[in-house]
Write a protein that binds this ligand. Structure first.
Ligand SMILES: [Zn+2]
Ligand SMILES: [Zn+2]
Length: 301
């Protein structure tokens, strides 16, 4: 089959590789649509992967050999740690991951445990199903807030996750939601703020934006060291801020809720680019070099 294989930083090539070998409980999923995550750009160009060679791609949908149309939860829990035993798979202490720790969806087929499959209604397109992952990550972040005291919220970061978070805040009835991009002014006195970039500057803006005793959820994944100045740290203390981290999404709770609300999320609005499988190298280069403004970049396999 055809696959884009990452051999090292800045070294991804399309190759003919053997079809995945299926282990117990796994099925072969023929990939139909795969989104490119900003974390993939970091893997290809900046920080690399856990091991090589590796096929990336963790936001995807496809069809099983039996013809089931499926979405795929990419996290592979250990099922034995304390978190797993409480069904909180996202905080599993020893997980695998399709598309970062083991081969993913930038290929014609991928091996997926049956447990990780989510059947798709006929009305749900493969592209939208490929966005169940980022949409569930966004939902998961929003659910960390105590929204009873939240009427105003800022989202620092206008990438796909930031924009999805804003949509979820609206669905959850937060009256005023501001999405803040790099060049926007930081609003003040907000009840809540989400850091959806993964940079000290974005955290600083969050801490600035939020009122005393306000809430911050951190979801942006930094790709470099993250040092806090004393002044910034003091602000957290003096404002008595509540900070909460968020990682991944809860399977199946968040995924089901995302599927139930998929129309309200208006995902088409977030898909800025579509590339064919053969153009994946062009797609990642465009994202890295920011030669065009993009939000979600979708690969059709
Ligand atoms: Zn991702
Ligand atoms: Zn576990």
């Amino acid at each position: 089959m055809k696959a884009w294989v990452l051999h090292g930083i800045n070294d991804m090539k399309q190759e003919a590789v053997a079809e995945p070998v299926l282990h117990d409980g796994e099925v072969l999923v023929q990939v139909k649509a795969a989104g490119i995550c900003s974390s993939d750009i970091s893997r290809v160009y900046v920080n690399g992967a856990y091991h090589y060679p590796i096929i990336l791609g963790h936001e995807f949908s496809g069809v099983t050999m039996e013809g089931r149309r499926v979405g795929v939860f990419p996290l592979l829990p250990c099922f034995t740690c304390d978190s797993c035993r409480q069904n909180r798979y996202e905080t599993c202490s020893n997980y695998g991951y399709i598309g970062s720790r083991q081969n993913g969806a930038f290929a014609e087929s991928v091996a997926v445990p049956k447990w990780n499959l989510m059947d798709l209604p006929d009305t749900l397109s493969f592209e939208h199903a490929a966005m169940l992952e980022p949409a569930s990550v966004a939902l998961h972040a929003v659910k960390h807030f105590d929204l009873t005291n939240v009427n105003t919220a800022a989202v620092v970061g206008n990438g796909t996750i930031g924009r999805l978070i804003a949509k979820w805040l609206n669905i959850y009835g937060v009256e005023k939601v501001s999405v803040i991009g790099r060049n926007d002014n930081t609003p003040q006195n907000m009840d809540a703020c989400i850091e959806a970039v993964g940079s000290v500057d974005a955290l600083k803006r969050c801490i600035d934006a939020v009122r005393p005793n306000g809430q911050i959820v951190l979801v942006g994944n930094p790709n470099a060291e993250f040092g806090l100045e004393q002044k910034l740290y003091w602000q957290i203390l003096r404002k008595q801020l509540i900070l909460r981290g968020s990682w991944n999404g809860s399977f199946r709770v968040d995924w089901q809720e995302t599927m139930d609300n998929i129309d309200q999320l208006d995902l088409d609005e977030l898909i800025s680019h579509r590339f064919s499988f053969n153009e994946l190298d062009k797609a990642v280069a465009m994202m890295k070099n920011k030669t065009e403004r993009y939000s979600k970049v979708m690969i059709r396999v």
